[in-house]
Design a protein around this ligand. Structure first.
Ligand SMILES: *[C@@H]1O[C@H](CO)[C@@H](O)[C@H](O)[C@H]1NC(C)=O
Ligand SMILES: *[C@@H]1O[C@H](CO)[C@@H](O)[C@H](O)[C@H]1NC(C)=O
Ligand SMILES: *[C@@H]1O[C@H](CO)[C@@H](O)[C@H](O)[C@H]1NC(C)=O
Length: 357
């Protein structure tokens, strides 16, 4: 299991949680996994994230921190002494859990921690402990009070409260603020989705795919002849992480070649000023469209070029290409006659060309 897989597992876990907090709230995550027994991966490793941005990977075997992405001077953010104290506290906790549950053979102990900054103010902190992948305890620190659900009866409430008050909570908030200072641009960035909509071969399927967007919140909606397509007709729709920290989503709709409809896929995302809507029309056979477009375009291009060359020959010294561009540009303007264009009073470079004509 490599670093990327571990990060991806954490991201997938985060995606399964309720939707992101409001814009000006930030969540710092730290996870640690201890394993005992025959495993291909380190006995102790951890990762840290800010919202869904991967920050640091920790390899406990070699006691090394590996920064992810923008790592300019991030070592200064975490005090490794305090980190080691916390690592020790977690190992002590593991010893208690092990003693209580007595797992046989291979065992995994995981700790997941979050703390939040809510509109600039320190918020709650939550810690989950899991054995063999199942949560056994949840500790909730909020407004200076500890609440927990403990299956392991050896949690000393007063001692644990003190630990949260003096070490865990202040350190978590310190890390959150420190990393936020380094990564604020990355966390607040808005990246537009690249959207494709068309037939997915092989088979009678329409695929709408948006990829490369950030943050993860996106709405993708399919319409048939302007009517919302029901969810049960659609497959996909899961949000998936890309390797570069962006996301993708795809939705697939089965279509019948006999039914003629206009389909559209509409995407809204915070990076887009307006909704993005792509259309797919299966009323015209696809082959015809492909052949028609080059043919019509080709004819237009040939005739425009011929006219341009004739004109250029008439007017010595006028370059062929600019005249050609000018013709095409103005041809689209609802058939404005050339003599009218000549009278337009403007300083555009193209207009000097017009005056030359
Ligand atoms: C602690 O848990 C109890 C029972 O679940 C709940 O009523 C109470 O509001 C919680 N207190 C805090 C501070 O979260
Ligand atoms: C990387 O970090 C530096 C300073 O720590 C910051 O100025 C820069 O904007 C960051 N780059 C990105 C892509 O977040
Ligand atoms: C998606 O739609 C929901 C419900 O209409 C809306 O609250 C939310 O802001 C939309 N999200 C985006 C990114 O457009």
């Amino acid at each position: 299991m490599n670093i990327n897989n571990m990060d991806t597992i954490l991201v997938l876990f985060l995606l399964s949680l309720p939707t992101a907090a409001p814009n000006d709230s930030y969540t710092f995550w730290a996870s640690a996994i201890y394993t005992k027994g025959q495993t291909p991966f380190p006995k102790y490793f951890g990762t840290m994230m800010l919202n869904d941005v991967r920050l640091v990977y920790y390899n406990g075997e070699t006691d090394t921190f590996i920064g992810r992405g923008n790592t300019t001077n991030e070592e200064s953010v975490f005090n490794s002494n305090e980190l080691h104290n916390i690592g020790q506290a977690i190992q002590n906790r593991w010893a208690i859990v092990e003693h209580f549950h007595k797992p046989e053979g291979f065992s995994t102990f995981q700790v997941l921690v979050l703390c939040q900054l809510d509109k600039g103010r320190p918020g709650q902190m939550i810690t989950w402990e899991a054995l063999q992948g199942s949560t056994i305890d949840e500790l909730h620190w909020y407004n200076g009070t500890l609440n927990y659900t403990a299956q392991v009866p050896t949690i000393d409430y007063n001692a644990t409260s003190k630990q949260f008050e003096n070490l865990f909570y202040p350190y978590c908030i310190q890390l959150l603020n420190g990393f936020l200072g380094k990564r604020i641009n990355q966390v607040n960035r808005k990246v537009k989705p690249e959207v494709r909509f068309g037939q997915k071969s092989p088979g009678p399927h329409l695929l709408c795919r948006a990829t490369g967007f950030y943050p993860r919140d996106i709405n993708m909606t399919l319409f048939r002849d302007g009517q919302l397509v029901a969810d049960h007709e659609i497959t996909g729709g899961d949000l998936l992480p890309n390797d570069d920290g962006t996301y993708q989503m795809r939705k697939i709709l089965e279509i019948s070649a006999d039914e003629k409809h206009i389909y559209s896929c509409t995407v809204s995302h915070v990076s887009l000023d307006n909704k993005l809507s792509l259309e797919y029309d299966n009323r015209t056979p696809l082959k015809l469209v492909i052949i028609l477009i080059p043919t019509v375009l080709g004819l237009v291009l040939i005739s425009v070029t011929v006219i341009a060359i004739i004109q250029a020959k008439k007017r010595r010294g006028v370059a062929v290409v600019p005249v050609f561009l000018w013709r095409r540009k103005h041809a689209g303007k609802a058939g404005v006659p050339v003599q009218h264009v000549n009278s337009v009073d403007s300083g555009h470079s193209n207009d000097s060309m017009i005056n030359d004509l």
